[in-house]
Write a protein that binds this ligand. Structure first.
Ligand SMILES: Cc1ncc(COP(=O)(O)O)c(C=O)c1O
Length: 445
């Protein structure tokens, strides 16, 4: 399958670092930004294809879910702030953000300050929420955050103090005007980041009367929205609402609340509030497997199951073929031995590309639209597959590791979820593991 010419943002040279760019540390050390293999430089046949039409389709599907759920509850549909951390789950942060912004996404969320700056430098204009809470304790990091109009998430008094000081300094140099928007995270049971409900009062005290900061959002994160049992999510939502009632009583504006990841968008209409934060579902992967049931049984408030389309596929080619006699072994550790005379193909993808070593003697790939097994240990750059049952296979035939393929032997697909299950992990890790040496080609059909 031919790929489109590479997307310009992926190839644009990194802008020269400025003193407030995290490319230059406060001690003057130059930090070189990691650079992924650009498609134009890609000599190897292994590549990821990113289908931006599918990304837009998934955004529209989630919007339809939110609209249906809102109608059932007599509310306005929640807005979508796409979670694009970790380079948009391996799909390319700037390209995904740009495509979603053009499709009308309301905001984006990243984990890191650096990720937010990268999006701003690519011209992204919608609000960018930096969720990790670690905005750099040094002033240069905070100045970069303010300069790029990023919205930090805060949950302790020390962050509030540091951000207020940095904002005051930026105002004094006229680099920033007005207050800095911040969102507050409440830990309702994830036990990871956020102010505990019982510690809200002192945090509100530290925020009160700070003209430099303006709290424009309140958030929490759900630990078990994708789990079959409901108790944890119900408890977390109840704690969130209890905390928000306290916050409102204290005089703060609580008109922007968010809690829902992909699973909660699909299963928990009560968690939609004003904004939702889906990541995985936008990339076409169901967080709960195929079509997840809503936990709410009344049809009127249960969101409809979206038809998501996978955005990423990973393809390679056969680069070598050999005939092995019965009894011959192959690969590191000789973990596979031919039970019959076998035809073995070598594919240039390995664990350094994100094709997990756990798929050794377990994985399957597609050749000519048919599944064939991975044999022997997956190595750093290469994987062997058994094509004995496909008589016409030759060197240069396409191999699909993730995605669908139609060919002379049939038609089939390998999902991120299947890859994750076979390698003993989750779809999130499978997607974010596709490493930077796998060039991304962008399709704009
Ligand atoms: C705070 C936060 N919100 C939302 C998300 C999006 O989750 P998902 O990819 O399951 O939709 C994540 C991702 O892990 C997250 O950490």
């Amino acid at each position: 399958m031919a790929a489109d010419p590479p997307e310009p943002p992926d190839q644009a040279p990194a802008p020269a670092p400025t003193p407030s760019d995290p490319g230059v540390a406060s001690d003057g050390a130059r930090v070189v930004r990691p650079r992924r293999a650009a498609p134009a430089e890609a000599a190897r046949v292994t590549r990821a294809e990113i289908n931006l039409a599918h990304l837009r389709h998934n955004l529209h599907e989630l919007r339809a879910v939110l609209a249906a759920a809102a109608e059932g509850r007599g509310r306005r549909p929640a807005r979508i702030w796409a979670v694009l951390k970790a380079d948009a789950y391996g799909h390319g942060g700037t390209v995904a953000a740009t495509a979603l912004e053009r499709a009308g996404v309301d905001g984006v969320c990243v984990a890191l300050l650096e990720e937010g700056i990268e999006l701003r430098q690519a011209g992204v204009r919608v609000p960018v929420l930096v969720m990790s809470g670690s905005h750099g304790r040094r002033r240069d990091g905070l100045e970069a955050l303010i300069e790029h109009k990023l919205t930090p998430v805060v949950f302790d008094a020390e962050q509030v103090e540091a951000l207020a000081n940095a904002q005051r300094y930026m105002q004094s140099t006229r680099a920033s005007e007005g207050p800095l928007d911040v969102h507050v995270k409440i830990d309702t049971g994830m036990g990871r980041l956020g102010v505990r409900p019982e510690a809200l009062e002192p945090l509100m005290g530290s925020l009160r009367g700070r003209g430099e900061l303006r709290v424009t959002g309140w958030m929490t994160h759900l630990a078990c929205a994708d789990a079959p049992e409901d108790t944890v999510t119900k408890t977390q939502l109840a704690r969130f609402e209890g905390s928000l009632a306290e916050v409102a009583r204290a005089g703060f504006d609580v008109s922007l609340r968010h809690a829902a990841n992909s699973a909660a968008v699909l299963r928990w209409p009560a968690s939609h509030y004003e904004v939702v934060r889906p990541g995985l579902a936008l990339f076409g992967v169901h967080p709960l497997g195929a079509a997840p049931p809503s936990h709410e049984s009344e049809a009127s408030s249960a969101p409809r199951a979206p038809r998501l389309k996978p955005v990423m596929s990973v393809r390679s080619e056969i680069v070598a073929l050999r005939e092995l006699p019965e009894g011959a072994s192959l690969g590191y550790g000789h973990t596979w031995t031919a039970a019959r005379a076998s035809r073995i193909a070598t594919v240039p993808i390995g664990y350094a590309d994100g094709y997990s070593r756990a798929l050794s003697n377990r994985g399957e790939v597609l050749v000519g639209g048919r599944r064939v097994p991975v044999v022997g240990n997956v190595s750093m750059d290469l994987t062997m597959i058994d094509v004995t049952d496909l008589p016409h296979v030759t060197v240069r035939d396409e191999v699909v590791v993730l995605g669908e393929q139609r060919g002379r032997y049939g038609s089939d697909a390998i999902s991120a979820q299947e890859l994750a299950e076979r390698s003993g992990t989750i779809s999130w890790e499978t997607l974010t593991s596709v490493s930077r040496r796998v060039p991304r080609f962008y399709r704009h059909p």
